[in-house]
Design a protein around this ligand. Structure first.
Ligand SMILES: Cc1ncc(COP(=O)(O)O)c(C=O)c1O
Length: 394
């Protein structure tokens, strides 16, 4: 007695955790490299942010907030987008959501009719596939080319635009590849969207977690094409469990008026995002703190170590991450004959060593023959992990 809608949901990142629990019950130590949650490791929500949450509650901010978001928070986000990306986004072009997750739900609910298509990068974050299908739409993956350091294949993208396409989604820095798209490629995607009169959806959750190159906001590259940004507080401010994010509309030619009204209705229908989380988030913008910079410093060290170890393992090849906290190595399954596919490899690795990765095919067809590993744990744990992987493959 469950709807098709729900039956079809797959989420490999959490599905593999079920097997990890069985392994743990047998008394084996499990290394959770499957979940992109820094708070499961040695990263903590900065104290001033937690204190702001308590103080919001103590001072009585426990009511339903404005459905579009607390005005003062939207004002702060607007100033931040100007400062960070030189964007002119007024607060009435910002909607506060329960994370980027809800932002994606809202956008697809408002944009996708039965049989309509959303272009998403492949390999892909599973939520884009699940949500598009949830609304009876069709997710179409355009290729990220591993030979080209996982940059978008623009010919493939162009070939996949049809009269059913509703939008092109970008996710950079990318999950699962860990790659920050090249600015010129992003500009070309925006031009392509303009040519076909399509909006661009931009998942920017990792924008502040980059290594060698700096992030360039897609909206800042667009003169007239609507770019709908989705961002949040989960990763950069170590608040994954607070469930707070936002949508912003860069809409120079007012093409999104209906969509904006539709999303406002959806926001009203679900009352509001957490009010105390929103009041606390205001303090992030008013307080000088280097917690994000410090997090990136630690992550860079962990990435360098993980990449170095992975490269030394015969039968595994890997493009280095330029953002986020994932590596997405390719398994040479013609050499590693013992395993039929990435799922078998990941499950066997988990059962034999306790190292919990995510099988690449959980990120769509372009993810096959890969596994995703986070580099969130401390170096001493990563050392154990890579010793295990090395022994296992050998
Ligand atoms: C690409 C991407 N978008 C969105 C999310 C979810 O973000 P939020 O916590 O804001 O819902 C994640 C979480 O891992 C992600 O990797």
């Amino acid at each position: 007695m469950v709807s098709r809608r729900v039956r079809d949901i797959e989420y490999a990142i959490r599905d593999i955790a079920v097997i990890a629990d069985q392994v743990k019950k047998k008394g084996k130590k499990v290394y959770h490299l499957n979940i992109g949650d820094p708070l499961k490791y040695d990263f903590k929500t900065p104290k001033f942010i937690s204190e702001a949450l308590a103080s919001a509650s103590h001072s009585g901010k426990n009511f339903y907030a404005d459905s579009l978001g607390v005005y003062e928070l939207r004002e702060e986000i607007s100033k931040f987008l100007k400062h960070k990306d030189n964007l002119d986004i007024t607060s009435d072009n910002i909607v506060v959501t329960m994370g980027v997750t809800e932002a994606i739900y809202f956008l697809l609910a408002a944009m996708i009719e039965k049989g309509e298509e959303l272009l998403i990068p492949g390999p892909t974050y599973p939520l884009y596939i699940n949500n598009t299908k949830f609304y009876d739409g069709v997710p179409i993956e355009y290729e990220l080319n591993e030979q080209d350091d996982w940059e978008p294949n623009l010919d493939d993208l162009r070939n996949k635009i049809t009269d059913k396409t509703q939008a092109i989604l970008i996710c950079s820095p990318n999950n699962p590849t860990g790659v920050l798209f090249n600015e010129k490629k992003v500009k070309k995607i925006i031009d392509l969207a303009g040519e076909y009169n399509l909006p661009v959806l931009s998942d920017e959750i990792y924008d502040q977690i980059t290594y060698e190159r700096n992030y360039v906001s897609p909206a800042s590259l667009s003169k007239d094409v609507p770019v709908i940004g989705m961002n949040g507080f989960s990763k950069a401010h170590l608040m994954t469990g607070w469930r707070l994010g936002y949508i912003y509309y860069h809409d120079p030619e007012n093409k999104l008026l209906d969509l904006k009204e539709g999303i406002a209705k959806l926001a009203r229908a679900r009352l509001s995002a957490s009010s105390i989380a929103q009041y606390a988030a205001i303090e992030i913008f008013k307080t000088k703190s280097n917690h994000t910079v410090e997090m990136v410093r630690k992550l860079r060290e962990r990435r360098d170590y993980s990449y170095k170890r992975l490269r030394q393992i015969e039968g595994i090849n890997c493009v280095n991450a330029s953002g986020a906290f994932y590596l997405f190595p390719k398994l040479d399954l013609s050499g590693l004959k013992k395993w039929k596919n990435d799922k078998e490899f990941a499950i066997d690795l988990l059962k034999k060593t306790g190292v919990c990765s995510v099988y690449g095919s959980g990120f769509g067809k372009y993810g096959e023959d890969h596994i995703r590993l986070t580099f969130l744990p401390e170096l001493s744990i990563l050392e154990e992990v890579y010793n295990h992987i090395e022994d296992f493959v050998r």
